[in-house]
Design a protein around this ligand. Structure first.
Ligand code: ATP
Ligand code: MN
Length: 478
């Protein structure tokens, strides 16, 4: 038997008249002669030609949509219009049958909502094939970007005992018997008896540990799962998502913004250079979707244009204070169109405000900096004005916040004072504070939600469609 070759490789090559073995799943079987075979290496199918007269009837009837087969034969020039080459079958073996009548993936348009119910099979469609190959490519590009810059990939813990980060609601990790937990004198659950001898949770961010790495390696990044038990059932929130968190010693806020912008542009360019087929497929899909919408709601740019636009334009950088001025004077604010009116400095921006800034006012990615201290985390570097901190959020059209970051407060006294103000237990975070005691230095970092990046690059609109098996409130299927 000849060597198994991936379909992508066959279709990329110009050679003909050589023998191969291919293995994959039948997408369609037409005229009792033409199999469209897909092996997941590309959305493009290989046309496999079978001759009924030469095939065992018992095998022939098992060539059904969804079945796994192995075919050996010659790659020859195709007579048909749809493809350059095709595979002329010498031997065909059924590896796994599939009853096409009950196979949930049907050869017609099926909704994304329905696909979520059959997420265990949806990889076998063109849309999800393209989305998850792109997700892979983006993950690879993330590692390549940081590796090429000499960053150390640091694995921060997934189970943590610090509940001081304040990034979101946490999932408890416990091995205590929920029916009969040990209690202390006050009648509360006694976590001293628990597996770790203390209460533990799934991490909401690797940042605090990341900072410890940055204060030794200089530049580190994390790329791992994070968990938030926030009950926000939106198209942009997951209870389990992947976050990329670089942390750099000797970086100030501007360096941090420059790195974030360079990083996002790099990974987008990587997919345009290496995954054009899948992007083109999704661009086409999006264009068809847009046609269903009323004219006024249609996006002025296609997917590829949108990606290129991001590459070719500098992100707008403005302060929170400037953003508030723009929003206060904006038409929707004056006409009371915002659900949350913008009237005073200090309030947190809602997603409607973020979207107005990026989609209507600037029409490109925006980096907002120097937020009020009161709405940001304790570890952000305090500005001299006594009111704001050196935070930066990056907002993207159609997505909203894609990055949250800041320069960190490196001054021990200022940091402790802020923690006390916010009643954050200083003793528990002694290890974090130690970096400020032993050779502290300016440093900065950010967190980028990987699925929000995948959303932007694929043009998908619901975050549940860009992670293989989404975890959201009331849903942990598969
Ligand atoms: P948002 O305001 O959108 O809830 P956040 O302010 O809670 O975001 P951060 O704590 O700064 O976000 O987290 C850093 C990044 O992680 C965000 O910019 C976003 O890209 C991503 N992110 C945050 N929460 C989620 C979530 N529940 N699901 C997916 N990605 C998320
Ligand atoms: Mn949040």
């Amino acid at each position: 038997m000849s060597q198994r070759v991936k379909i992508k490789q066959i279709l990329l090559s110009d050679s003909v008249n050589y023998e191969v073995t291919v293995k994959g799943w039948v997408r369609t079987f037409r005229n009792n002669q033409f199999i469209a075979l897909n092996d997941g290496s590309t959305n493009n199918n290989l046309q496999v030609v079978v001759n009924e007269a030469d095939t065992d009837p018992a095998v022939f009837r098992r060539i059904t949509r969804g079945a796994a087969i192995s075919v050996t034969g010659q790659i020859v020039p195709s007579l048909g219009a749809g493809q350059k080459v095709e595979l002329k079958t010498a031997t065909l073996e059924i590896l796994g049958d599939c009853d096409a009548e009950v196979f949930p993936i049907q050869p017609k348009k099926q909704s994304l909502e329905f696909m979520r119910e059959i997420a265990h099979l949806r990889f076998r469609t063109n849309t999800f094939g393209a989305v998850f190959r792109l997700r892979h490519a983006l993950a690879f590009a993330v590692h390549k970007f940081f590796n090429d810059k000499g960053f150390v990939y640091l694995h921060t813990p997934i189970i943590t005992a610090s509940d001081a980060e304040g990034a979101g609601e946490m999932f408890r990790v416990s091995t205590l018997d929920p029916k009969n937990p040990p209690l202390n004198e006050n009648g509360d659950i006694d976590y001293k008896e628990d597996f770790f001898g203390r209460a533990t949770n799934l991490t909401v961010s690797g940042q605090l540990e990341g900072e410890l790495g940055a204060m030794a390696f200089g530049d580190i990044y994390t790329f791992g799962p994070t968990f938030r038990a926030e009950n926000s059932n939106t198209a942009r929130h997951l209870a389990e998502f992947w976050m990329i968190e670089p942390e750099m010693a000797f970086y100030e806020l501007k360096d941090n913004m420059d790195l974030a912008e360079e990083f996002i542009k790099y990974v987008i360019r990587y997919t345009l250079d290496n995954n054009r087929e899948d992007l083109d497929f999704l661009a086409q899909r999006l264009a068809e979707e847009e046609k269903q919408k009323p004219q006024a709601e249609r996006s002025p740019m296609g997917l590829i244009e949108k990606l290129e636009f991001v590459l070719n334009n500098e992100f707008t950088r403005i302060t929170y204070t400037e953003a508030i001025e723009i929003l206060k004077n904006s038409k929707p604010n004056k006409n009371k169109k915002f659900q949350f009116p913008v009237d005073e400095w200090g309030t947190d921006l809602q997603s409607e405000h973020e979207r107005y800034l990026v989609e209507k006012h600037f029409q490109k990615p925006v980096i907002l900096t120097d937020y009020p201290a009161a709405i940001k985390s304790f570890y952000m570097k305090q500005n001299d004005d006594g009111k704001t901190v050196r935070a930066m959020d990056i907002l993207f059209p159609g997505i909203g916040e894609i990055v949250g970051g800041s320069q960190r407060e490196e001054n021990y006294d200022k940091l402790v004072r802020r923690m006390n103000e916010l009643k954050i237990p200083v003793e528990e975070l002694y290890w974090y504070l130690d970096t400020r005691r032993f050779g502290t230095a300016p440093h900065a970092g950010f967190g980028l939600g990987f699925e929000r990046l995948v959303l932007f690059v694929t043009g998908m609109t619901n975050i549940r469609d860009v992670i293989p098996f989404p975890r959201t409130p009331k849903n942990a299927e598969f």
